[in-house]
Ligand binder design. Structure first.
Ligand code: KG4
Ligand code: ZN
Length: 370
């Protein structure tokens, strides 16, 4: 079976083609991602209207490229999956409208995919069913989300913990920006922290420490607003102490130390709550997904917690952590097995709640998969 998918929830226009075998093994035939980062970097963050217009401009070309690269024709497509929520409404609407038109012309089923579930499903693209099959625990860390989900079957995600305010990616981007990095700062912070860990040792007496995002209770809740504010205040005070103007760069060693201390607090905080979750209930696998799952330090910390708890650690390769349509296709394939398709009135939803309400309703019609 050939699944074609569209993902346009934020600032990447993506189209992909995957092939599903009868035993549910998935192969990516193409995964085209057209990034808008260069446009938004000029403004220090995503400008929603510009994002919608850029999706509108790119989508037909990206879709055609995905089909060509996959070595198929549009007529070979058996179903179309599309991210319908959550995200920027104008961005989502471009993808949803395009997917609806294509599904209607090709007379194939249309599958509405939740962006978060898509991130998690990226793991199926590199792990065959005998390696990864629900139930498992999923940790989604992205620019908009930082949450723990119990995935009890391919279509049932229950949030059991996560941030009560900002997402981890948002915090990385904000601190990166105050340190003068172009948007989004997450990947640059990763590299800066690596250099920082060559001279920063969190165990050393008097070393720089930021407040932990892990709440000091038994809950699975996190909060990134405190650490974000503490890091930004620290950057400002350091600049004042060094008599630097706002736009002046700080010395490399100081920037590296801040990036390392910030990364250390973020990683140990998330790792602590994951450890609590794994202690409270036994899971065979942990899937970490989303843009921040690309962070080399976080991958190391989470791998350690999994090892300690005897849980298999599954994380997509870096290219499948960020937004891409192959992940949407993977979740779409499994939803199709349960008969979860949308009719031609499908709409986009900006919020998590909108996505949940629509999918909960749809799930009531689910059939037993093959
Ligand atoms: O999943 P994603 O592509 O988009 C959302 O759904 O939000 O995640 C984007 C986020 C951005 O905040 C970006 O800075 C962050 O992922 N990110 C990273 C790394 N690579 C991307 N954060 C930390 N370390 C990285 N290596
Ligand atoms: Zn995402």
């Amino acid at each position: 079976m050939i699944i074609f998918a569209i993902e346009s929830s934020c600032d990447d226009t993506s189209a992909a083609v995957i092939k599903a075998e009868a035993d549910h093994r998935l192969t990516v035939l193409s995964n085209v991602v057209s990034s808008q980062i260069e446009i938004h970097a000029l403004y220090g963050g995503v400008v929603p209207e510009i994002a919608s217009r850029a999706h509108c401009e790119a989508i037909s070309h990206v879709a055609r490229e995905a089909v060509e690269k996959a070595g198929i024709t549009f007529d070979d497509i058996d179903a179309i999956a599309v991210t319908f929520a959550p995200g920027l409404i104008g961005s989502l609407l471009v993808g949803v409208s395009f997917a609806k038109s294509l599904a209607s012309v090709l007379k194939v089923p249309l599958i509405p995919v939740n962006h978060i579930e898509g991130h998690v499903a990226a793991a199926y693209l590199e792990n065959a069913p005998e390696v990864l099959t629900p139930p498992y625990l999923a940790l989604v860390v992205s620019g908009g989300h930082t949450s723990l989900y119990e995935v009890s079957d391919y279509i049932t995600f229950t949030e059991i913990g996560g941030t009560t305010d900002d997402a981890a990616g948002e915090a990385f981007d904000k601190v990166g920006r105050v340190m003068g990095m172009p948007y989004p700062g997450g990947a640059a912070m990763d590299k800066l922290a690596s250099r920082g860990f060559e001279h920063y040792d969190p165990a050393k007496k008097d070393s720089l420490h930021f407040p932990s995002p892990a709440k000091g209770d038994d809950s699975l809740n996190l909060s990134f607003s405190g650490i974000k504010t503490a890091a930004i205040n620290h950057i400002h005070t350091t600049k004042q102490r060094l008599k630097l103007e706002d736009d002046d760069p700080m010395p490399d060693e100081i920037r590296e130390e801040i990036a390392a201390a910030f990364t250390h607090a973020v990683c140990t905080g998330i790792a602590k709550k994951l450890d609590t979750a794994l202690t409270q209930k036994k899971y065979s696998s942990l899937v970490m997904a989303g843009g921040v799952a690309a962070n080399s330090h976080l991958r190391r910390h989470i791998a350690e917690v999994c090892k300690k708890n005897g849980v298999r650690f599954v994380v997509p390769s870096i290219k499948l952590c960020g937004d891409n349509a192959a992940m949407t296709a993977a979740q779409g394939y499994h939803m199709l097995r349960y008969g979860l398709t949308a009719d031609s009135s499908l709409n986009a939803f900006a919020s998590d709640e909108g996505a949940l309400e629509y999918l909960n309703h749809l799930r009531q019609t689910a059939k037993t998969p093959d």
